[in-house]
Ligand binder design. Sequence first.
Ligand SMILES: N[C@@H](CCOP(=O)(O)O)C(=O)O
Length: 499
Amino acid sequence: MNLHNFPSEIRPFLLPKPQGNLVYQCLECGTEYPIEEFLYTCPKCQNIFMLPDKEFERLKEIDGKIWRQIFNYRKMLNIPALKGIFLFHEFIAPIIPLEDIVYLGEGHTSIVKANQYLQELVGCRFYFKNDGQNPSASFKDRGMACALSYVNYLIHTKGLKEVLAICASTGDTSASAALYASYLRGKVKSAVLLPQGKVTAQQMAQPLGHGAYVFEIPGVFDDCMKVVETLADNYHVVLLNSKNPWRIKGQQSYSYEIAQWFDYDLKNKVIIVPIGNAGNITAIINGFLNFYKVGIIETLPKIIGVQSIHANPVYRYYLEPDPKKRVWQPVKVKPSCAQAAMIGNPVSMPRVISSVEEYNKLAGKKQVFVVEVTEQAIMDWMLIANRNGHFACTQGGESLAGLVQALKEGIVNSEEEVILDSTAHMLKFISFQQMYFEDKFPPEYEVSPREELKNTPQLVRPSDITYFPDEKILGPEEFKEFITKTARTIADWLNLKKK
Ligand SMILES: N[C@@H](CCOP(=O)(O)O)C(=O)O
């Protein structure tokens, strides 16, 4: 839609100009550092950064109602830079000019309501937000679009050359980093560190296909993360894990989209998200906080993080009700079908602690919860969802299992409406479905298939057929015999009635 067709009071705001003043701010000592250098760990106290906008107050000069209209009208523009997460430019990385934004189709993923059967089975109204519909098939693209747009901006403004972008990954971050880096071919190369044997074949194929350097490390994700942190602290590389706060900024778009989808009315809404490296829950909390502070939303929705019993450090931390007595303790992970979240020492934990505190304080009550689910529940609920029109990944199954658990514990009630994060596309994690159907889960996963959820293909090769097309080129009569008898066998098997 042409700019002239929009209401005159909204028109001046539709094309955002570079604005704001972002700084790296240490979570521990509060020291601020300019963003022109790549910095991930505070040189003074070794803690991690948030990336606040020091001029955030200016956003409050525009009424919440006007902001809503700005975003709603902006959505009608055909400007690629504003088609994705940067629709919410002022609330993501407002210093980046539109011409430096890297847009590969990320964001604005669908929110699909569960059918009547599934809602009744679970006991409340809920939706899946399908972040597997992002270009590299996971939510990481939200953060990567922001981080790589900033790199692109620095390349243009500071003459940055030969950037090597690195990350540790359980498979989604690496796919996303490699994809976005490959778009900036000639300016950015990527290298990814993966825990050997703990990334699916599909996820391994992604960075390889995008031309990244791929390193497999004998260990788990937490080990890869330590190596990558050491590289980032000692060499000229750009860290693309969510330790890099530009990633967090981009992933806040998830909350903004939910707000927009529900017409900015989040009363009685509950958001459920799996926790792995804890960057996403940090982003989601801070996204809602930003919109709330400016008056774009009037309610802070309930947020529930979910962890598997095989990788549950955040759940354990919040088991202690008294904040003063809580002790942070990383855990040793066990194999998990929610492999993307198989993390024992989440890098963003300090951010989670401070963000949860602020969220609950502003909400005036406990509004962030963490639940724990079994591996069995993750698989069963993923399969049940997918037998009802969804395409949830194992982490999506974890979200649904988390909802069931939260209902059981009375954290969610049947009056509320729940949005579940399916963080990636089911096809990335299809090997877990395969192991379930074939009853081949190694014992340490603690998953045994429920007969009614299993499915296997049937070979149709009736014994009374003379020749099959895989044996020779069939003559007309032989082909007719093959078709008729095969169709009859399938009809008998399915118990079909003749017309
Ligand atoms: N699940 C993640 C783990 C790394 O998370 P990040 O958000 O800190 O990059 C992955 O896919 O690698």
